[in-house]
Every structure is written in structure tokens, then in C-alpha cells.
Write a protein that binds this ligand. Sequence first.
Ligand code: ADP
Length: 541
Amino acid sequence: MPNTIFDIGLDRNAANFVPLSPISFLVRSARVWPERTAVVHGPRRFTYAAMLERCRRFASALAARGIGRGDTVAVLAPNTPAMLEAHYAIPMTGGVICAINTRLDAATVAFILDHSEARVFLVDQELAPLAATALAMARNKPFVIDIADDAAPSNVPVGAIEYEAFLAAGDPAHTVRLPDDEWDAISLGYTSGTTGDPKGVVCHHRGAHLNAVANVLGFGITAESVYLWTLPMFHCNGWTYTWGITLAGGTHVCLRRVDPALIFPLIEQEGVTHMCGAPVVMTMLIHAPAGVRRGLSRNVKIATGGAAPPTAVIAGMEALGFEVTHLYGLTEVYGPATFCAWQPGVAEMSVEDRARFTSRQGVPSHMLEDATVMTPEMRRVPADTATMGELMLRGNTVMKGYLKNPTATEKAFAGGWFHTGDLGVIHPDSYIEIRDRSKDIIISGGENISSLEVEEVLFRHPDIMEAAVVAHPDKHWGEVPHAFVTPKPGREASLSADDVIAFCRQHLARYKVPKHVTFGPLPKTSTGKIQKFELRRRTAG
Ligand code: ADP
């Protein structure tokens, strides 16, 4: 390429190029708002100045134990200050945070400790028994730190030192260092691994920084925001809100357990403005017992994702006074990657129309380059709401790849796009709507049936609280839909399989109507997804 007048050595230098990292967010907020409340945990309160000082101590104590660039530090904890601080202190050392799902079994935690080669392992006292079993099974033996908490059940400690003592030995003036390269790993998050060993998703500082910015913009977070931690921080680093709330200078309100009896009072006491959660969290709030459920004295925004939110659930949350933002994403893209941006006029729509609009997965979030739906030949489908294909994503907020798994990495990035494994359509207004995960679609007599479409109808039944639909093997049709239904409290006795089938007949094409109905609670993952593989196992048996 010929030189231009600008090709005269105007190169990057320390003054004009700084690696993007969410570490910078904390440093800035501590400078701008040293006295503002950064973290609330029951009676405990930390200002931004205190949060930075604690993270400096934590980072220096980790560094003193030899933690540096590329070393994994695993954390097994609910949403507490220590878990939040880990999101800054570990990256400050150059280390990689591996936040482990707290509802995993010991064998999987042991697998993660081995696979991630964790050198340090922080364990909340409530989870000490799980950690002890996992540590006994793991070949790798990390240095273990106990996190004590007055609000947690006490257990026999498993570590060599308690977290506050570990911090006390750290240097409060420790120099904060950014990575030399923004492409360095910042976090390692394991997918649920329903079909084998979980895959370790490696994310970088640059992507974490950019996705946190996108989430702040998309969800309207400001310095006045008070964010309640109803989403597990271990789930894609709390969809990057662990970093985003700090960027805005808002307040993090910690929460050990997703329980409506804790959530409704905290919303009032702390003046909560924003929270996140899977659709099951919304269902839990809508169906909380009358004495627990409260209308809100002011508007609270909830961002939901992780699974498709049925329109009836969105409308139910609006009735309680919440405003619902819909996000879609995966661990591989730092959590949320698309969101259903409201257009002018949506706020004025009827509740039903707005819920229908919002139930779509939407458009690329601010920092994602592109999201589209493609055929197996990698051609974009027409925006006709009908042609189905696989949702593909590309941009700066896509993972580096899977740890120690080049085959899976190559497959995920084939053709220069990240393949999500989700099937969807594009609407004429360019909004994407997911119809199913590719493994959940039901193929009956050669016709595709979207399990989400059938669930959408079931959720509208006045006596149904929750429902999931999976394929049931059938001699004649190959597969037929099987509905698993949880009735609303008090409706268990009156709702019959015939009622459910008759209701579906009124609202669905005949071939989409479930042929089997089973009542009872639905098995869920800790990130609020219904375990369809478990339901499929039941239909096969
Ligand atoms: P896991 O694979 O362990 O469930 P993720 O949390 O990364 O881990 O899950 C990502 C998947 O969750 C997506 O591929 C998609 O199937 C589903 N998902 C996430 N958000 C939504 C949403 N808003 N609507 C529909 N499905 C969603």
C-alpha cells in the first residue's frame, strides 16, 4: 500500500494508547466519587475509595503469593463484596478470574479446578463442604482462602487463611497495573456442559471493558443507579455488570440468595433502580406469596435474559411496576450481546403489545459489530420473520476461544462468525427473534416446531405458572411435543391435561399442540434455565 501523508511515524505510544481494561473503571470511580457508596452488604457499606483500597490489598497479597500474568484464581461464592472485589484484584495482578457456579456438583468443581489449573481458590463459608469434597477429588491443590460472612451458615473452614486476614497483610498503596496487552485473558467461565465436560470460555480485558460499556449504555446505568445483585456474579461475571456498575459509579447491593422475601424489602430500603435475572427470577417475583409481593413505589428496571422471557411474564412484571429490558447472549460473548432496544412509541403501547415487542432478542448491543441469522451455507436469511437459520455474532466482545480445546474453538468460529447454536428469524424491522436452541427444536412429521412458541402459549393460560416443551419420541411422527407444566399455586387440583391441550388447540396449529402433558415442578439450573435435557430423559424413559 502506498504511503500517505499520515504514514509518518505517528505511532502508538504510552500517551495515546492504553490497554482497555475494566480495572480502569474502579480507579476512576474512586477518584471521582471517593465518598460515594460503592458496595452494600447487609449492614456493611464500602465507599469507592475503600473498595479500591481493599482491591489494592487483595492484589498485592495475591502477588506476594506469586500470582501473576496468566495465573488462574478460582472463586466459589455467592454475590458478596469479596466476589465483587475478586473481579478487580485478580485482573490487577495479571491473573485470570474463574468464578465457579455455586450449584455444581463436587466432581464438576474438581474438574474445573484441574482444568483451569487454579493456583488460588477462594471459598465462601457457606460452600466450604462442597469445596472440601471437590478439593479432595482434584489432582490440582490450590492455595485456599476462606471467606467468612456473618450472614452465612457457619461451616468448618477449608482454607489456610481467612479473606480479611489475607487482605490485612496486603499493601493498601499497591500500584494498580493494567495488562501490557488488552488481549490478555481476564476471565475463564465454564459453560454448563450438559453434553460432556464443560468448556472453559476465555475472555480478554478489551472485550470485558467494551461489553461493560455496552451494558451501561443499553440499560441506562448512571452514577445515581442502585443495582441489586439478583443475578449470580458467577454467570458470565454477572453479565459484565460487576464492571459496568463501577464504571458508572453506581452502587452495588449484594445479595447472597435470590429470595423474594429479601428482594422486595431491599428494593425499598436501598432505593434499588436496576436489577437483572433470568425469566425464572421474574416468575418467582410475580408468584411470590401475597404477604411478600409488593407493588413498587417507583419504577425499577429489570434486565432479563439467559432464556426466552414469555410475553405473559414480561406483562406480569409490568403489572408489579417493573420495566423490562430483554437481553440475549452466551458465556462466549461476555453475557449480553443483543438487546431489544425500544423504538419511539413502544412506551405508549398497550402492555400486551409492548410485551410482544420486548420478547424479541433484538439488535446488536452497542459494542457488538454484527448479529445475524444465517443458513448452513453461511448466507444471511431474508428479514421475513419466517426463514429460520442459526444466529451468528461477530465483533470485539466475542471470547478469545475455549481453553485447551482448539477443535471446539475452530468449530465455533468457522467462516469468521461465532456460531451460537441458537435458531432464529429476522423481522422486517431487523430485530432478531430466537425460535429455539438447535438441540431443543422438535421435528414432527418433517415439520419444525419451536418449543418456545408452544411455551409462549402455555404461559398465557390463566392457571399455568411455568411450562417447558420438549420432543417426545413418537412411532408415527418421529417426535411430538410434550408439555411439562407447573400450575399456579392453588390451581394444582383444577388444571387437567385436557384443559391444557384444549387451550393449545385454540392458539396453535394442530401439529404443534402437545400430545403429552405432565404436571409438576420443573428442573432448573442455577442460572435459571429449565433443564430440557432432563425433561427429554423423562420422555425417553
Ligand atoms: P449454558 O450453555 O450453560 O446455558 P449460557 O449461559 O452461555 O450457558 O447460555 C447461553 C444460551 O442461553 C444461549 O445460547 C441461548 O440458547 C440461551 N439464551 C440466553 N439468553 C436468551 C434469550 N434472551 N432468549 C432466548 N434464549 C436465550
